[in-house]
Design a protein around this ligand. Structure first.
Ligand code: ZN
Ligand code: ZN
Length: 771
């Protein structure tokens, strides 16, 4: 018996659950628009694609390919499964084939970059399967045998690798790549939305080094980037490569229709900090919805952020089913990364055959697993970006039928805002992938690496950004670079490229080690160690919980032991902030909005234990940790005493109003920048000594900044308007985790004035320029 249609299903789910269905969006099916092959595409290549079942390209593929072929830097930013690879493969493989057939054997070359080795190998296989013997394509990475390396450098025309290899091997050893680099026609940057924050800032510098070295060999390659959909693909890509990039974002591939429900679990009384109400957790709500759908016989996949959460959803659903219909208990399971391949395949098959009806999975399933043809998908909490959301929702929809997707809001300001503002989810969107390659902490090591590759000259400086000269001078002062008549030189013995760690900032990761066995459980960024692996912290490793016995700061080791606990821990800290300088400033009436450098001093002083499933507070323990200093970027806004009066705020009310506005604004920044609220911090004060006014700061949690605060400054009106809305539309009375309470608050969420925060933001936004 086929399951009921999505609309019927949704009304059955909503029956008896008053007001939880906040919105139902019908996302219509889209008919694909195919166009002719560009006439310059190599005929052998076109035949190979036609044989493989691609009759004609979609319009967005052809448009991006034409732009690249004309030498325009281009980013194709369309949905999952829209065939972004064909867009870059048309120009890239046409050039590579031409290169392979050149009379001297060395014509045009292409460099393909992917964030992971595995993806590069997948792409290599896909190119290989085209069956074009004259195409000399090869992956080149840490696993490439030595004997093949020289051949690839000398003869391959399509080389697939990753930014790490470019950074550590290809650029430092560029002489050996001279013939390849001299002919470099295209650089393909696949999955470029992954390059965000500090990692993106590093990769941005690696790409600038590549451009500099290539140009020394006379090559000016065209960049072709592929990205998930985002708010400002052209801006993000331009910043990543340091060139003007045009975007192709009109997806012309076909898709089925989806009924998309936005769902908000109900508030429950008390249990929260300071007696605040908390919402029923998204995990518990997802388990209930999964149970109901399984009873209806609807094949459902629930996406849950953590493995522990996925297991809790499956277990809770099974427990409920045991009471209703014991036959259904074994038709629900959890599925997570870490299963053996045969276990995964067995689960996949069971779900396909209908032997399993409900599965709770972690997001790991997003990538590379073949699970389609489901009837419904549950998203337990906002998955972070619209691209991830569509990727997960896209799992539903059997053979073109209407699919059901339900986004269950977590108890935080961003999820609350999103379920109440469907236009932010289904509209054109404002979230942008950001990075900041000019961050001196990131730029410095890359300038050393660049100087080691080829001496740096005055002409090289502009491509690395406006602050480059200052950073170079500082490197000279530290004895890392030397000034000589030909420019700045690296003259030290060690490898300059070792100074930059693309996947982290600075060295000194804190290792988390199992007590007794010495087994390494994981590593933690030193900036996060005090808050996440302090003595007494719960550390989760592959779904299992460990308790930290001791954090040794001298040796950068946290010792932990395995223990099943039903609580989580969160650190309590104190934070001071000092303004170092201003980068940008805008007047909003009498208010001021500023972007600049700050120094943050933070000290973790205690931690709080909470019940895992309900979030109820169990107790607080003191900690003795030294203060830490962070030089970073912040966005801040100040208001005058007159504005505070206009907002009806007495002196007494200001700290609570500003603090509540700060919390909610941290929660909402991911709406405009692809960061997590854990990547940023905030400070609010009724009177800040450096501004002389009531001030709210939001800062990047990484040394030097990662572009998030800067993006907040650029999109301030959208960001703070949404912040105001999120607070105002929450139905709690005095503040709760869905609006102004924060799980990472250093002050135990006190004082907080919900109503005051709305009035404060109103007077601030009254002066904001209309767009
Ligand atoms: Zn609330
Ligand atoms: Zn706070």
């Amino acid at each position: 018996m086929p399951p009921p249609d999505p609309t019927t299903l949704v009304s059955r789910l909503a029956a008896g659950r008053d007001d939880r269905l906040v919105h139902l969006e019908h996302v219509p099916a889209r008919v694909g628009t195919a166009v002719g092959w560009p006439d310059w595409v190599d005929p052998d290549l076109r035949d190979a694609w036609t044989r493989g079942g691609i009759e004609l390209p979609w319009a967005h593929q052809a448009e991006a390919a034409e732009l690249a072929h004309d030498g325009r830097h281009v980013v194709v930013a369309t949905g999952t499964a829209s065939g972004k690879s064909l867009a870059y493969l048309m120009p890239a493989l046409t050039a590579a084939l031409e290169g392979s057939r050149a009379p001297n054997g060395r014509g045009a070359t292409v460099l393909y970059l992917s964030p992971t080795k595995a993806l590069a190998h997948d792409q290599w296989r896909a190119v290989d399967e085209l069956g074009l013997p004259s195409l000399r394509a090869s992956a080149y990475d840490g696993d490439t045998p030595d004997e093949e390396r020289a051949w690839i450098r000398g003869h391959a025309s399509y080389v697939l690798t990753n930014p790490d290899l470019l950074h550590r091997s290809m650029l430092p050893g560029h002489e050996r790549w001279a013939s390849f680099l001299r002919q470099l026609r295209y650089v393909v940057v696949d999955e470029c939305h992954v390059y965000k924050g500090v990692f993106g800032s590093h990769v941005g510098n690696v790409l600038r080094r590549l451009r500099r070295v290539a140009s020394r060999y006379g090559a000016e390659p065209t960049f072709v980037l592929a990205s998930a959909t985002s708010g400002d693909p052209a801006g993000s890509a331009s910043r990543l490569v340091g060139l003007d990039v045009v975007a192709v974002a009109d997806d012309a591939s076909p898709r089925g229709s989806t009924s998309f429900a936005l769902w908000e679990p109900p508030l429950t009384d008390g249990g929260g900090e300071n007696g605040a109400p908390v919402r029923r957790t998204a995990t518990a709500e997802t388990a209930s919805l999964l149970t109901d759908l399984v009873i209806e016989g609807v094949r459902t996949l629930a996406f849950v952020r953590s493995r522990r959460g996925a297991e809790a959803v499956a277990m809770t659903a099974r427990d409920t089913l045991a009471e209703v219909d014991p036959d259904l208990v074994d038709r629900v399971a959890a599925y997570r990364a870490g299963y053996l391949p045969e276990e995964r395949r067995a689960l996949e098959a069971a779900l396909r055959d209908g032997e399993l009806i409900g599965v709770a999975a972690t997001n790991a399933l997003e990538l590379g697993v073949d699970l389609t043809g489901l009837d419904a998908v549950l998203l337990c909490g906002w998955p972070g970006t619209r691209a991830s959301m569509w990727q997960q929702a896209g799992r539903a929809g059997r053979s073109g039928g209407d699919a059901l997707a339900v986004l269950v809001a977590r108890d935080d300001p961003l999820d609350t805002y999103l379920v109440h503002h469907p236009e932010a989810i289904f509209g054109s969107g404002v979230e942008a992938t950001v990075c900041d390659p000019s961050n001196p902490y990131v730029l410095g090591p890359h300038l050393c690496a660049a100087a080691a590759e080829l001496p740096l000259t005055d002409d090289d400086l502009p491509m690395f950004g406006p602050t480059t000269r200052d950073v170079v001078d500082a490197l000279v002062a530290r004895g890392l670079l030397r000034v000589r008549p030909g420019g700045w030189f690296w003259t030290r013995q060690e490898r300059a490229s070792d100074l930059a760690d693309l996947r982290g900032i600075g060295g000194g990761m804190v290792r988390v080690v199992e007590d007794g066995t010495g087994r390494l459980l994981g590593t933690v960024d030193p900036g996060a160690a005090h808050t996440t692996v302090h003595t007494g912290a719960v550390y989760v490793h592959q779904g299992a919980t460990y308790l930290v016995d001791n954090l040794d700061l001298e040796d950068s080791v946290a010792l932990a032991h395995r223990e099943d606990v039903d609580f989580t821990t969160s650190a309590r800290d104190t934070t001071d902030i000092r303004v170092v300088d201003e980068i940008g400033r805008t007047a909003w009436g009498d208010a001021e909005l500023v972007h600049g450098h700050v120094e943050v001093t933070n000290q973790v002083v205690a931690y709080l234990k909470r019940r895992y499933l309900t979030g109820a507070v169990l107790g607080e323990e003191p900690l003795d940790l030294p203060p830490r200093h962070l030089r970073t970027q912040a966005v801040w806004w100040t208001v005058t005493p007159g504005m505070l009066t206009a907002a009806g705020l007495r002196d007494l009310d200001v700290p609570g109003a500003a603090h509540a506005a700060e919390h909610a604004s941290i929660g909402l920044l991911p709406l405009v920048a692809t960061c997590d609220r854990w990547d940023i911090g905030g400070v609010s004060t009724a009177l800040h000594p450096d501004t002389g006014r009531a001030t709210v700061f939001v800062y990047d949690g990484h040394p030097g900044g990662a572009g998030f605060a800067e993006r907040g400054y650029a999109a301030a009106r959208t960001w703070l308007t949404a912040t105001r809305e999120a607070i105002a539309s929450c139905e709690c009375r005095d503040g709760c985790p869905s609006c102004v309470q924060s799980p990472k608050c250093g002050n135990g969420n006190e004082p907080l004035d919900k109503a005051g925060a709305v009035r404060l933001l109103d007077v601030l936004l009254a002066g904001a320029p209309t767009p």
